[in-house]
Design a protein around this ligand. Structure first.
Ligand SMILES: *[C@@H]1O[C@H](CO)[C@@H](O)[C@H](O)[C@H]1NC(C)=O
Ligand SMILES: *[C@@H]1O[C@H](CO)[C@@H](O)[C@H](O)[C@H]1NC(C)=O
Length: 235
């Protein structure tokens, strides 16, 4: 058990029983900066974001996109989720060749707004200080304003105010998913409710803006984990 807890603390995450702790609150999901890594043209995928998932550090993320003006009771249909993230070592794919789209993909939620993806628990990277683990989302649905944001994970020691990206919104509760480990230490399970509104509430599309140059000199950072993980998804 000692080793298990040691390993988990390296992820800056603690075991958390309450997977769906956010499901009782209904607050708009806030936007976050686009960042320098979004690429147009990510492939459509059915549910796996990063191909060739390793045995370790897999994140199963489920959630639901709901309508704010129905008090979050109504799921939104036809939601498109464009997702991109770093691999375990904090490296993004470049999209330069057909097999260089790892950890990027376009997904569709079901008609009631539910989605479920499997991915790699994202690594950190150093842009003059560490960013918390995060996954980028571009969320679009007919009739709703586009939402560009980032998902973070509770108990991550690098969340705001320590987040090296000053404009990023890792301070926003609406962007922090609960996460727990299931079965063994290798699989994380997270849940995230995404709340959109057709009306303007002065938030969606608002505050967070990417300032070029502030967030682009990134050095990949290999997490100090005990040698079980190989960076086997860089192709
Ligand atoms: C986000 O998704 C929409 C809908 O597919 C697309 O038009 C847009 O170019 C995407 N990216 C950004 C940065 O808005
Ligand atoms: C790292 O892994 C080795 C081999 O599996 C094990 O003997 C060692 O106890 C581990 N160390 C930590 C700190 O977990």
């Amino acid at each position: 058990m000692t080793n298990i807890f040691f390993l988990l603390s390296l992820f800056s995450l603690l075991i958390h029983e309450q997977v769906r702790s956010d499901s009782n609150t209904c607050t708009l999901t806030e936007p976050d900066i686009l960042g320098p890594y979004w690429l147009n043209g990510a492939p459509e995928k059915s549910n796996v974001v990063c191909d060739h998932l390793p045995a370790n550090d897999v994140l199963k993320l489920s959630g639901r996109i709901v309508d704010f003006d129905s008090k979050c009771e109504r799921g939104i249909r036809d939601v498109r989720l464009d997702i991109w993230q770093a691999n375990y070592n904090g490296v993004y794919s470049t999209g330069k060749s057909s097999n260089d789209w790892f950890c990027r993909g376009v997904f569709h939620a079901d008609r009631n707004g539910y989605f479920k993806i499997s991915t790699l628990f994202p690594g950190r990277y150093d842009d003059g200080g560490y960013r918390p683990a995060h996954i980028h989302f571009n969320i679009t649905a007919p009739g709703y304003p586009k939402l560009i944001t980032q998902l973070y994970f509770e108990k991550d020691a690098y969340l705001s105010p320590v987040d090296s990206c000053r404009q990023c919104r890792s301070d926003s509760k609406s962007l922090i998913a609960s996460v727990t480990h299931i079965n063994d230490i290798k699989t994380y399970e997270g849940y995230w409710q995404i709340v959109l509104s057709k009306k303007s509430h002065g938030k969606n599309g608002g505050k967070a803006r990417f300032v070029r140059g502030a967030y682009i000199n990134v050095t990949p950072y290999v997490m100090p984990i005990n040698g079980t993980y190989q960076d086997n998804i860089i192709q």
